[in-house]
Write a new protein. Structure first.
Length: 664
């Protein structure tokens, strides 16, 4: 049984994304939004339902038309990998998203503070997976001083797919967080922190479950903005996060006879800081600064041993591994004219990594296993991870923007072109994973998995362009990019490739050139009082040009259509989501990576939703997901557990949900 703690990556990605949304909003404290956003990510249906109080759509402002997929964040190179999507089923541990996407559709918006004292309490129930939710919290913003607190609880169980089969699923979750801040015209300060307590997380078809997952985090944000001073802008961001996780195969399930008990304990620590100082010279706004990021991971696998007994130390999956990045950053914005802007971004990253305990021998290692993590890496790549390795990465981009309609309450338009080089260093799994499961040629041998301590960073050479128009009742956006990648980091099977010393079919990481092309479009039309039609579509094409095969885990063509109607106190709507068949997959482990477990059929689902706001302070929302009980699965598989095999599961069938809340 080969498993580590890859689930932490998915959880950390979600936690990072949610925290990033808070930082982006800066003052992220309106209880009417914060409680729902942080406790349980809002779906498109819930967001649409909140507009019930508006019978007639107001004139569109420019800010209403910032389509997320046209807001590619060049400085966040983590977006070159799968990102969370919050617009999918409420019953599921799904954290997937397209490789190379801009930003996921229906990304949660930034949050804003409201003066005074406010609060919100609510509850929700989702029928298919018996999910019960409750949340409560409040905030106070008085004379610029801000306080906020929130708590959220959730329990869920297994669900039925569209064929009526039970899918093993469920967890218990408790969340609590709070913040203190200060807001003034020139200064904005926010200090926040929280805890996430997840228990008994069940994963369908995977070999293990997660009885325990604890996350503790804190964030610091400061903004200064005053054009009358020499240093006219200051931006400070900080993050501390600790994750403790326990995976086991015997607590939440019955072991198959002959299967040894196993456990993985993981400890992950992250620290991030970013400081930017700004000064204006004529029409040029400059931002200079520094960044720091440090991640340390220690994970041990335990397994029954014939001599040492139950749950002996078998393998260090992460041998006290640390990746540290120091950054020097420049951002510039030049106003060419009132309607034209030129934006420049440049960044130098010094990346250092080492596995401090890569020479530590585990007493419970099985016969024939490498003695240490270093020995596994030496056998696989001819390198070690205990000696410090370093990278010097240079990134930069140039973006031109032009407004071509007169900005007003009813219309706005802009087109842009952008070109840049964006470096992405290897993550923990790609660099420092060490998981020996069995000798070559055995089932365990095909689950053996080794990161590459000296793998090269990816160099993305990207050209992007887009246009967005808002005029009267119409809105339209179209964007696309071409990304030519040197040294794309792929997971592959060991076949003696360049830099790989073995040919035993185990799981390795290597560099290969690749090409990613993408296009996305959106349209909305407020065609009558209270009515709104929305269309959205995205297509991504990924190809491993070095080996002439598709990149794994690239999503198929997808489109969505929503139709909504809102009266003063109620609203109704529906959504059609159509996904094409994905027949471009990397399936064969003998000639490719086998990272895609299958081609996926196309499907279409229909959701309905409605809301009622009987008073100014109360709202009830109801809905049905997958109305016609379609049996389907997403192409982007879950990788919650560090087992190299992907575990694709059918998504929930028809699901009825209800949510109620009271604000004050």
């Amino acid at each position: 049984m080969g498993w580590t703690d890859g689930a932490a990556d998915g959880v950390m990605m979600v936690a990072t994304r949610r925290l990033a949304m808070v930082l982006a909003g800066l003052v992220a404290l309106a209880p009417g939004t914060v409680l729902a956003e942080e406790a349980a990510p809002a779906s498109a249906e819930t967001t649409a339902a909140s507009a019930a109080a508006k019978k007639k759509a107001p004139p569109r402002k420019k800010a209403d038309f910032d389509y997320p997929f046209l807001t590619f964040e060049a400085t966040n190179t983590r977006l070159f990998r799968n990102v969370p999507r919050y617009d999918l089923s409420r019953c599921g541990h799904y954290f997937g998203g397209p490789k190379g996407t801009f930003v996921p559709a229906n990304a949660n918006p930034g949050l804003k503070a409201r003066p005074g004292v406010h609060g919100k309490i609510g509850t929700a129930y989702t029928g298919n997976c018996d999910r019960r939710e409750a949340f409560a919290g409040g905030s106070a913003l008085v004379d610029g001083v801000l306080f906020r607190a929130m708590t959220y609880a959730e329990e869920s169980g297994s669900y039925e797919d569209g064929a009526g089969k039970t899918v093993r699923f469920g967890e218990t979750k408790r969340v609590a967080n709070g913040a203190i801040g200060y807001l003034s015209p020139a200064h904005k300060f926010l200090l926040s922190g929280g805890v996430v307590d997840r228990r008994d997380i069940l994963f369908a078809t995977a070999p293990v479950d997660t009885p325990k997952l604890d996350i503790v985090y804190g964030t610091l944000t400061y903004r200064y903005d005053d054009n009358d001073t020499l240093i006219n802008k200051v931006a400070v961001d900080g993050l501390l996060r600790e994750i403790d996780r326990r995976n086991e195969n015997f607590v939440l399930r019955t072991l198959t006879p002959g299967t040894p008990k196993g456990r993985v304990l993981l400890d992950n620590r992250e620290h991030e800081a970013r400081i930017l100082l700004g000064t204006r010279t004529g029409r040029l706004q400059n931002m200079f600064g520094f960044g720091f990021r440090d991640e340390n991971r220690y994970a041990t696998r335990y397994r029954d041993h014939p001599v040492l007994g139950s749950l002996a130390k078998q393998n260090l999956n992460f041998a006290d591994a640390t990746i540290t990045q120091y950054s020097v950053i420049y951002e510039g914005a030049l106003a060419l004219t009132a309607s034209q802007r030129l934006k420049l971004w440049a960044q130098y990253d010094r990346v250092e990594g080492e596995a401090a305990k890569a020479n530590e021998v585990q007493s419970g290692r099985p016969p024939g296993a490498p003695l240490t993590s270093n020995q596994q890496w030496m056998q696989t790549y001819g390198v070690t991870g205990s000696d410090p390795a370093a990278e010097n990465n240079f990134s930069g981009s140039l973006r031109y923007e032009r407004d071509f309609l007169e900005a007003s309450e009813g219309e706005a338009a802009q087109w842009f072109v952008e070109a840049g080089r964006y470096m992405r260093t290897a993550d923990m799994h790609e660099r420092f994973l060490s998981s020996w499961v069995g000798p070559p040629g055995t089932p365990g041998g095909f689950k053996t998995w080794a990161g590459n301590p000296e793998i090269d960073p990816e160099a993305h050479h990207k050209i992007a362009a887009g246009i967005k128009i808002a005029r009267g009742p119409y809105g339209f956006g179209l964007g696309g990019y071409a990304d030519f990648v040197e040294d794309f980091i792929i997971r592959d099977k060991a076949r003696g490739q360049d830099g790989v010393l073995i040919s035993d079919g185990s799981n390795i990481y290597r560099n290969a050139d690749a090409r990613i092309l993408a296009v996305a479009a959106a349209f909305d039309w407020r065609f009558a009082p209270g009515w709104k039609l929305g269309l959205w579509s995205q297509y991504v094409h990924g190809h491993n040009t070095e080996d002439d095969r598709p990149l794994a885990q690239i999503p198929p063509l997808e489109g969505q259509m929503t139709l909504e109607y809102a009266e003063e106190i109620w609203s109704v709507g529906g959504r059609l989501r159509a996904v094409a068949k994905q027949d471009r997959a990397d399936l064969d482990p003998l000639t490719g990576s086998g990272e895609d477990d299958q081609e996926t059929d196309g499907f279409a689902t229909v959701d309905l939703f409605a809301s009622l706001r009987p008073t100014k302070f109360a709202e009830v929302s109801v809905g049905v997901e997958n109305l016609f009980d379609k049996n389907y699965r997403e192409h982007i598989d879950r990788v919650d557990i560090g087992d190299p095999d992907r575990y694709s599961v059918n998504m929930p069938g028809r699901t009825v949900w209800v949510r109620g809340s009271v604000t004050f």
